[in-house]
Design a protein around this ligand. Structure first.
Ligand SMILES: [Zn+2]
Length: 211
């Protein structure tokens, strides 16, 4: 035990009380997170997999994550805690409009579930050619506005992503009043502010959120 603690101190961890706990790889019934430097096992028992390192025959985690054990191949490895679910081409995502002009807009993609947004900064770009359905829509600002939450389809493969509103259910799903910042309500084909009565025009999605 003393040896492990001295090792952790060498790794630069000052809080020994939290880092000195030795993780038992045999008890894999729980999803318990480990810290860098946590002892996972010895090479007589397991082969080191990804995100671990070995010193003097002992296998330690090199990241914060969940330890995994391949019982068939006897490999121990650590799954990163913050595994990023990157949106795939063709998938539908929610995104906030950060900046919009007549012809183009920048959005921040928050992922496929607005209740658990992606932490990473994923940028979406929308051009009016991918938003206009009616020739009367001369400006992108007739369709979306900064601050809106929109539902859009991903057209490209990597960040920054090209978005389109030419997809089923695509459009604004939540909008703020430009005058008083209250959440707009969508009733009978109209977007109106319940607080000040201001009415606006948008490409409203059938997924519009009622608050
Ligand atoms: Zn208002």
């Amino acid at each position: 035990m003393e040896k492990y603690i001295s090792h952790i101190v060498l790794m630069g961890y000052r809080d020994i009380s939290t880092c000195a706990k030795i993780w038992k790889v045999d008890s894999l019934s729980r999803e318990q997170e480990v810290l860098p430097g946590t002892l996972l096992g010895v090479i007589e028992e397991y082969f080191p997999g990804s995100n671990v390192y070995e010193i003097d025959g002992k296998i330690y985690s090199s990241i914060i994550g969940i330890p995994r054990l391949d019982m068939v191949r006897r490999i121990v490895w650590v799954e990163p805690r913050t595994r990023v679910q990157m949106p795939s081409q063709g998938s539908m995502v929610y995104a906030y409009v950060i900046n919009a002009r007549d012809e183009s807009a920048f959005l921040r993609i928050i992922g496929s579930d607005p209740r658990s947004p992606i932490r990473q900064s994923l940028v979406g770009m929308l051009h009016i050619s991918q938003a206009r359905l009616d020739p009367g829509e001369r400006s992108l600002l007739d369709i979306i506005r900064p601050g809106d939450l929109v539902y859009a389809k991903i057209l490209s493969k990597s960040n920054p992503y090209i978005l389109t509103l030419r997809a089923p259910k695509a459009g604004v799903v939540l909008s703020l009043c430009l005058k008083c910042a209250a959440f707009m309500r969508y009733r009978s084909g109209k977007l109106s502010c319940p607080r000040c009565g201001f009415e606006e025009s948008r490409r409203v999605s059938q997924l519009y959120i009622s608050i």
